[in-house]
Design a protein around this ligand. Structure first.
Ligand SMILES: *[C@@H]1O[C@H](CO)[C@@H](O)[C@H](O)[C@H]1NC(C)=O
Ligand SMILES: *[C@@H]1O[C@H](CO)[C@@H](O)[C@H](O)[C@H]1NC(C)=O
Ligand SMILES: *[C@@H]1O[C@H](CO)[C@@H](O)[C@H](O)[C@H]1NC(C)=O
Ligand SMILES: *[C@@H]1O[C@H](CO)[C@@H](O)[C@H](O)[C@H]1NC(C)=O
Ligand SMILES: *[C@@H]1O[C@H](CO)[C@@H](O)[C@H](O)[C@H]1NC(C)=O
Length: 454
């Protein structure tokens, strides 16, 4: 009998002790977790979950500064507004809703509005609003509006172009302009913005081997009318439109902070009017574009393996990563701390950027659930993040001009796709130079072309 007990005790020690230890450990961990979660003022978990994402090419997105962000009061007004919407579309928190792909324009609109009513009721919002700069307050009070009517539209379906296009246009040049910048528009029409068939970068521009493609052009304008200047300006613009058919004007004030509205309205117009065009160039009216090179570059992209699948994400330009909001209150780019906190997502500089028409449609769709942001290229970056897409950097987009003396080399302008900034007179001279040096320079590689592409 005693022997039996002895054996039983051994079993007890060998088997049950680890079990008991494990149960105790479990209880301890549970207790600690409960304390950690409920210990914070007894409030439920915050809804803002910041996880590291991956891009479609498998790379990791830059790690956010915080993994789990507590306390919403540290955020700017824009962040707070947008969080309501992002929460609604969070695939972790609302898997069924997101999977069903539900949502129409009406429901998006009401969602954006709900963000306003929820946030305006919160503590301290009135004080943050009063602390913002005048320009930002002006922006905030109109930021829910994006349905401005068109005043002038191009007579062609998709801007000015060749009447008898035998193939789908490769590229639409969409150039942000203002009523007063007539000289810029004239210079562009006569030089890099010529619509019609454009030969690619070939010997003598002959376009052997199928080089060359159709290009279209449109200028994007807001309403530059101003009480003291009278209505005469718009009449001139109407005449210009009758003559060239490349003016697209909407009825909103043409200011720097309204450029985002221009983007969103352009995407809508493009999706309705340009269903055959493959790529969009969107840029300023004070840049010089090497259009022949651009045409060749885009044709090369189409020939790449898997181009069909990747074209929906295609955006290329001068990419700025981990940009900080400008906090200098005299700057045109000034964004107060109380309006936006955090880094900007990677974005392509707005001086000039190229993207596919498929991406244009996706951007239009996703923009319906992203609150407008005062800086247009940053806004595009914010939309790209929500599409899980990444703009690709190309060193031939010189939105900050040539480094030092490189410009003086004979073939310098043949190695670039875009340079900022150039006056109308310079644009005309550069275009002549480009034609004159074509025979010597036709086969120089693009800047950075020998580096492996990502
Ligand atoms: C859009 O969504 C709203 C709310 O979800 C719904 O009431 C409305 O009927 C929908 N409209 C269409 C055209 O599907
Ligand atoms: C209107 O135009 C006048 C002269 O052209 C200019 O001085 C004034 O600043 C403009 N006002 C606005 C609000 O743009
Ligand atoms: C944008 O345009 C609207 C409509 O003209 C105007 O009311 C608003 O003040 C403009 N916003 C900014 C920031 O200039
Ligand atoms: C493009 O639009 C035209 C007219 O709006 C239409 O006839 C045509 O089928 C459309 N093409 C495609 C590919 O959607
Ligand atoms: C701009 O900032 C300076 C220094 O920080 C400050 O003195 C000034 O009042 C600010 N101006 C405006 C318009 O906020």
């Amino acid at each position: 009998m005693a022997r039996f007990f002895c054996r039983w005790r051994t079993v007890l020690i060998c088997v049950c002790t680890p079990c008991i230890a494990f149960v105790l450990l479990l209880a301890y961990v549970t207790l600690i977790l409960c304390l950690a979660i409920h210990g914070r003022e007894g409030s439920p978990l915050p809804l803002h979950f910041v996880a590291q994402g991956t891009f479609s090419n498998g790379n990791f997105a830059p790690l956010p500064k915080t993994f789990w962000q507590l306390g919403q009061h540290v955020d700017g007004l824009w962040n707070r507004l947008q969080r309501t919407v992002d929460h609604h579309f969070n695939p972790i928190l609302r898997p069924d809703y997101v999977r069903a792909g539900s949502g129409n324009d009406t429901s998006y609109e009401s969602l954006l509005e709900r963000g306003f009513s929820e946030v305006v009721g919160l503590d301290g919002v009135k004080e943050s609003f009063d602390g913002l700069s005048r320009q930002t307050q002006e922006f905030l009070s109109h930021m829910h509006r994006r349905d401005y009517p068109a005043l002038i539209q191009p007579d062609g379906v998709c801007g000015a172009g060749a009447k008898d296009e035998r193939k789908a246009p490769l590229l639409l040049l969409a150039i942000k302009s203002m009523e007063l910048n007539f000289r810029n528009r004239q210079a562009i029409r006569r030089t890099w913005g010529q619509a019609g068939r454009v030969a690619g970068q070939w010997r003598n521009g002959k376009g052997g081997g199928g080089g060359g493609a159709y290009v279209r052009r449109v200028f994007l304008l807001g309403n530059g009318r101003n009480e003291s200047a009278g209505g005469s300006l718009s009449e001139l613009l109407q005449t210009e439109s009758d003559r060239y058919g490349d003016i697209l004007q909407w009825d909103f004030r043409d200011t720097f902070f309204n450029l985002t509205v221009k983007d969103v309205l352009f995407w809508g117009w493009f999706s309705r009017s340009c269903n055959r065009t493959l790529f969009v160039f969107k840029g300023d009216d004070d840049v010089f574009v090497n259009t022949p090179r651009m045409v060749t570059y885009l044709q090369e992209q189409l020939k790449k393996p898997r181009a069909r699948e990747t074209i929906g994400d295609f955006m290329v330009g001068d990419v700025i990563a981990e940009g900080l909001p400008n906090r200098v209150n005299k700057s045109k780019y000034f964004i107060p701390d109380g309006f936006y906190k955090g880094l900007y997502p990677a974005y392509a500089g707005g001086g000039g950027v190229v993207y596919s028409s498929r991406l244009t449609r996706r951007l239009l769709h996703v923009s319906k659930r992203v609150h407008l942001f005062p800086i247009d290229d940053v806004y595009v970056g914010m939309c790209m993040v929500r599409l899980n897409a990444q703009p690709v950097h190309h060193p031939a987009f010189l939105t900050f001009d040539f480094p030092k003396k490189e410009e003086e080399q004979l073939c310098a302008y043949h190695t670039i796709l875009l340079v900022h900034k150039r006056s109308p007179a310079q644009v005309v001279d550069l275009w002549d130079d480009l034609k004159m040096t074509r025979a010597q320079c036709w086969d120089v590689p693009l800047r950075g072309a020998n580096k492996p592409e990502l």
